[in-house]
Design a protein around this ligand. Structure first.
Ligand code: ASP
Length: 434
């Protein structure tokens, strides 16, 4: 049996619903369907989830919400009527609006209605049973999922009905009120279903044919990745490749459930297979990704002081100010901390003030203008000389390297360069290795 999750762009209008039904009907294993809220129909359209957040802010600041909420209602009514479905949305909308007018609805509950109404329509359209996510996805008050309760509820619901549609993105707190995953969280809902039901495949249907070996906006004609391991995916996603919610694979770790990323608009394309164990043992570089906008702070310590103690004191300041640290290259009397510039925001002055209190730090130098490139490949570990080859490409192209880091598992090599060299470097690595 397969769990299939369809994203917002796959469900933005009745035409997209028809494509989804075709996909479901082509394979009788596609029994469990998780849906997002309708996404954009064109680049200047709105996502229903964004409109619902906006509606909530109207309620909160006591501004008439009717105009914006009408846009939400119209979208569902249009889908329903175009598909000739017999679903009474009007009375659901009326009771929701009643609660909105008397301010008796939480932001989370209102926003969750995006997936709720879409799942109602999809269940009717497919002839599957509707299962409310609040009855199967359970959160603790700290925002983490209660995995045991969630998994046993999913199993129990599936035992009653084995063709079901579930709204993604939300669940409930122990007191029964609605709680949300972070944005894009329907991917994670589907992972909990895949894990609990030990499915043969989790299919994630979206508007791209999987992950690309490099960002197609940077490398023209970049090819899709056929196979990627869970670990590689984490590296690729962390450094910028965003197709799935970054927590998608967490519930699947320790299982051998494969996840396919597929394109609803081109179901014939092979997509990307993500799994714990990949078959292909030859491809050296799986993907090249990266981000611009990092800074490096270099701390010079007194020669007599203990490096470890000084590092600890400095890192405590980062921890205290909640600034996440990406890399810590070091030499004997100095070490650098690489951080994302945007994440520092207004904390910079507090950071420097705190650091000045540490006696053993003699000076702090700041280097702006760093972009990080991650060359990711699970098979690099088996072939000596790969990092040498990668670095020599930068030399040939006269790109100055500012930092180099390689993880112990040798799954990725990180190279820091100037922001202006970013696109050129990704292109030249792609031409050489992909
Ligand atoms: N609709 C939500 C969002 O736009 C959740 C999801 O699509 O997974 O973030």
């Amino acid at each position: 049996m397969k769990v299939c999750k369809f994203g917002g762009s796959s469900l933005s209008c009745s035409l997209q619903f028809e494509k989804v039904k075709n996909i479901i009907q082509k394979d009788n294993q596609r029994n469990v369907v998780i849906v997002s809220a309708p996404g954009k129909r064109s680049s200047d359209d709105n996502k229903i989830t964004d409109l619902l957040y906006l509606t909530y802010f109207h309620i909160k600041y006591k501004v008439d919400f009717a105009r914006v909420f009408d846009l939400v209602k119209e979208r569902y009514l249009e889908i329903r009527d175009n598909l000739h479905l017999n679903v009474d949305l009007e009375s659901e909308f009326a009771s929701l609006e009643e609660r909105m007018r008397s301010n008796k609805i939480s932001e989370e509950e209102l926003v969750s209605r995006g997936e709720y109404f879409n799942a109602k329509l999809m269940a009717a359209y497919l002839g599957y049973a509707f299962v409310d996510a609040k009855d199967v996805i359970f959160f603790n008050f700290d925002g983490r999922v209660n995995v045991e309760k969630t998994e046993s509820s999913i199993k129990a619901i599936y035992a009653l009905n084995n063709k079901i549609v579930i709204p993604g993105f939300y669940g409930c707190y122990p007191d029964g009120s609605i709680s949300l995953f972070s944005r894009g969280g329907s991917d994670v809902t589907a992972s909990y279903f895949a894990k609990a039901l030990d499915v043969t495949m989790y299919e994630n249907w979206t508007d791209v044919s999987g992950f690309f070996k490099a960002d197609p906006k940077i490398v023209k004609n970049a090819q899709p990745i056929k196979e990627v391991s869970y670990d590689e995916l984490r590296e690729l996603s962390y450094m910028g490749a965003s197709v799935l919610h970054e927590e998608t694979i967490i519930p699947l770790l320790g299982s051998d459930i494969p996840l396919m990323v597929l394109n609803t608009n081109h179901p014939e394309e092979s997509g990307t297979m993500i799994s714990s164990e990949c078959q292909d043992k030859d491809t050296l570089i799986t993907g090249i990704t990266g981000k611009k906008g990092f800074i490096s702070l270099t701390f010079v310590k007194s020669r007599t002081s203990d490096k470890l103690k000084v590092m600890l004191q400095v890192l405590k300041v980062f921890d205290h100010l909640q600034i996440s640290v990406e890399h810590i290259p070091s030499s004997i009397d100095s070490f650098s901390v690489i951080i994302e510039k945007d994440k520092m925001e207004h904390k910079y002055f507090d950071l420097i003030a705190e650091i000045k209190k540490i006696d053993d730090v003699l000076s702090v130098k700041e280097y702006d203008d760093i972009a990080l490139i991650a060359v990711v490949g699970r098979n690099m570990v088996t072939k000596p000389g790969i990092s040498g080859k990668i670095l020599s490409v930068f030399g040939q192209e006269k790109v100055n390297i500012k930092l180099i880091d390689q993880s112990r598992e040798e799954i990725n090599i990180i190279v820091g360069i100037g922001n202006d060299d970013f696109e050129r470097s990704i292109n030249m690595l792609y031409q050489q290795f992909c």
